[in-house]
Write a protein that binds this ligand. Structure first.
Ligand SMILES: [Zn+2]
Ligand SMILES: [Zn+2]
Length: 148
């Protein structure tokens, strides 16, 4: 029996629906596999009014959770008044580098990669004794030390 006009359009519709799901799934997957895309997407989204609002709401909510409160406290702890020796050490180091008393290497002492390195103080009492680390290794080290 030949297909009626109605049946054919019905089939097409179903086909379209099926594909739509597939396409959605595909774009979802590609987003998952492509964090850069997601980052770009989020950047654009955050700039929209709805995005800003949602972002603020989420932040507000987050700040009231235990984790958020802890994060805030951590930021407070980072505050320079609480750790003047750290700031002093950094300041002395910067001065020493500026005066060529210390050479600022081009590579990370930990992984050896040529990256912008930052001085890590294991002892703030000795501001010129630093380990030069790339941000990744520096962060990893601090994670182990549980210092900020
Ligand atoms: Zn490194
Ligand atoms: Zn450090």
């Amino acid at each position: 029996m030949p297909m009626t006009q109605e049946k054919r359009s019905e089939t097409r519709k179903r086909h379209y629906q099926k594909n739509k799901e597939k396409l959605k799934e595909k774009s979802r997957l590609s987003r998952q596999e492509n964090p850069e895309y997601l980052k770009e997407y989020n950047k654009k989204y955050i700039k929209t009014e709805a995005g800003k609002e949602n972002c603020n709401k989420a932040l507000h909510k987050y700040q009231h959770t235990e984790k958020g409160k802890r994060g805030l406290r951590k930021n407070e702890l980072k505050h320079k008044q609480k750790y003047p020796e750290r700031y002093k050490a950094r300041y002395s180091l910067q001065n020493a580098v500026a005066q060529n008393k210390i050479t600022h290497p081009d590579a990370c002492e930990e992984c050896g990669e040529f990256k912008i390195v930052e001085g890590h103080h294991s002892d703030y009492e000795k501001p010129l004794e630093v380990q030069w680390l790339c941000p990744d290794c520096h962060r990893a080290l601090h994670k182990d030390l549980i210092l900020a």
